[in-house]
Write a protein that binds this ligand. Sequence first.
Ligand SMILES: Nc1ncnc2c1ncn2[C@@H]1O[C@H](COP(=O)(O)OP(=O)(O)O)[C@@H](O)[C@H]1O
Ligand SMILES: O=P(O)(O)OC[C@H]1O[C@](O)(COP(=O)(O)O)[C@@H](O)[C@@H]1O
Ligand SMILES: [Mg+2]
Length: 343
Amino acid sequence: MRLGVLTSGGDCPGLNAVIRAVVRRAERAFGAEVIGFADAWRGVLEGDYETLTVERCRGLLPRGGTILGTSRIQPYQFDDGVQRVRKTMFRLGLDGIIVIGGNGSLGAARDLCVDGVPCIGVPKTIDNDVAGTDETFGFDTAVGVATDAIDRLHTTAEAHERAMVVEVMGRDVGHIALHAGLAGGAATILIPEVPFHIDDVVAVIERRRKLGRYASIVVVAEGSMPAEGTLDMPSYETDEFGHRRLGGIGGVVAQELERRSGMECRLTTLGYVVRGGTPSSRDRVLATRFGVAAVDLAAEGRWGSMVGLAGTSVVPVPLDEVAGRIKTCDLDLYHEVAEVFFS
Ligand SMILES: Nc1ncnc2c1ncn2[C@@H]1O[C@H](COP(=O)(O)OP(=O)(O)O)[C@@H](O)[C@H]1O
Ligand SMILES: O=P(O)(O)OC[C@H]1O[C@](O)(COP(=O)(O)O)[C@@H](O)[C@@H]1O
Ligand SMILES: [Mg+2]
């Protein structure tokens, strides 16, 4: 067996741990060779690759980022993209490609399978928004870093009696904001799934102030939106892949909160900090389990599957059930648990 592997979409902690697991399982259990492609599908399209060995992957477990590099390039952007992918695979004698990516990359992997390019998916992203898996690796690390930041902000907020707005990543979903906000004892949490009313945020802060709580933390996911017609939004640019370049809603919330409550308010945008650096032990274990399972699926010829976490088990999930879908926040956790603490 000869396998290709690539990392696609935004990076997240644990990508290197998957690569290491893939190579080790392939080499040790199946005597198989693994080819690593540079910068996601760019490497496949342009024939930019390296042979990965157990030796090459030493020391990777705790390393953030990805030794292969990543991009948001997909073969379907080019008229002859799929043809070029097939050509590279034929030339290298590959049986298939392990695609470590988020919902966008896994959607493309499903389409490629239909077009005769055998793929196995491994779900990654700090956002935890991939359907078909209870969790993606990278999420636990991101929540941990954000929680640590909130803990630190509490003490400076208390010293100055300020409200602190913390903006965290989360393009379409608020998993990071919800979990870090809950873990960090936020006064309120804003997520993309639930349009917010700024008056409700102000009310929470004022209620706390009446109780003598002058310091408050407001966690805002970058994709959060005000209820229609309630606030002017920053205008987001769109990047070359059609993604809105987010970041800025936290500033709007902080500014309005200060203006309406008269309370001193500061903004901290965590941005890429939660995406970089060493993966948590939990993410390393999940990434390792996913990598091993992906190679096993390839060996069984179960192309068109993704590895997913169901409860405590790693299971195969058809890419058809993943493509074009998104896993949003558990609204019971938001309304019935988190909201208990919003005051
Ligand atoms: N449903 C889809 N089917 C095919 N390609 C897609 C789909 N959604 C996004 N893409 C392509 O996949 C690329 C990677 O997706 P993106 O969402 O940016 O990263 P991720 O894989 O981390 O979710 C996008 O730039 C886009 O070109
Ligand atoms: O790296 P970029 O292109 O600025 O993208 C930022 C986006 O990537 C993420 O970090 C992860 O998203 P993906 O997993 O879809 O790549 C989002 O939270 C954020 O909105
Ligand atoms: Mg995505």
